[in-house]
Design a protein around this ligand. Structure first.
Ligand code: ZN
Length: 207
């Protein structure tokens, strides 16, 4: 799929670069701490960056905001997580590695003006978790909502198993079955394949 390029972070999260018009314009999905390879690719291919759509506020998807000088869109319900990554990093690395509060601009994703984009709010992993669908390309970026073989954990700050169930039944189940799913971690898949083989997800769907 040459409209999507994948860059996997040392934290295992995926940064994606999408070309919604199949020309030189591109948009980032998620900004992991290590953005160097993705930005190098942009340079090499002479692409024009339109901004970044961040699926949720966890540091492995948002800490790259510091290094990214374009519009950064996020659900404002996750703004506190994205601005204050110190506790999350401590949990992950045992040390906050000297990271400070993020004080730059964050744009409200609900006010985006991209004509190629459909957003789906799917709380459960965090309050502000969002999936980004590109209907014209037949793809959806799910962040830590749904993976190929699992779902996002619901036991972290802002997580809720009840909201996750609602989101699976009312959002994921309504996705077009032919959509390709590009998750926040791991390989891509398809909605119908996930519905058939993702056991954790199936267990949370209503009969
Ligand atoms: Zn997460």
């Amino acid at each position: 799929m040459n409209t999507v390029s994948t860059f996997t972070s040392f934290t295992t999260s995926n940064c994606y670069i999408v070309k919604p018009y199949n020309d030189e314009r591109c948009i980032f999905i998620d900004l992991p701490p290590d953005l160097e390879n993705a930005l190098e690719y942009v340079n090499k291919e002479n692409l024009t960056i339109m901004g970044a759509l961040i699926t949720h506020g966890h540091f492995d998807h948002a800490l790259g905001m510091e290094k990214f000088n374009y519009g950064k869109y996020l659900s404002l319900e996750d703004e506190f997580l994205a601005r204050n990554p110190q506790d999350q990093i401590k949990m992950f690395m045992g040390d906050d590695t000297g990271v400070n509060e993020y004080k730059g601009e964050i744009l409200d994703v609900e006010k985006h003006e991209f004509d190629f984009l459909r957003i789906h709010k799917n709380p459960g992993h965090t309050k502000g978790s969002v999936s980004y669908e590109f209907p014209n390309l037949g793809i959806v970026f799910t962040g830590d909502f749904v993976f190929k073989d699992g779902i996002g954990r619901t036991d972290l700050n802002g997580g809720s198993i009840g909201e996750m169930k609602d989101s699976l039944n009312n959002i994921f189940l309504n996705f077009d079955k032919e959509l390709f799913v590009f998750p926040g971690h791991g390989p891509y898949s398809k909605v119908n394949e996930i519905l058939n083989s993702n056991i954790t997800l199936r267990e949370l769907l209503n009969d």
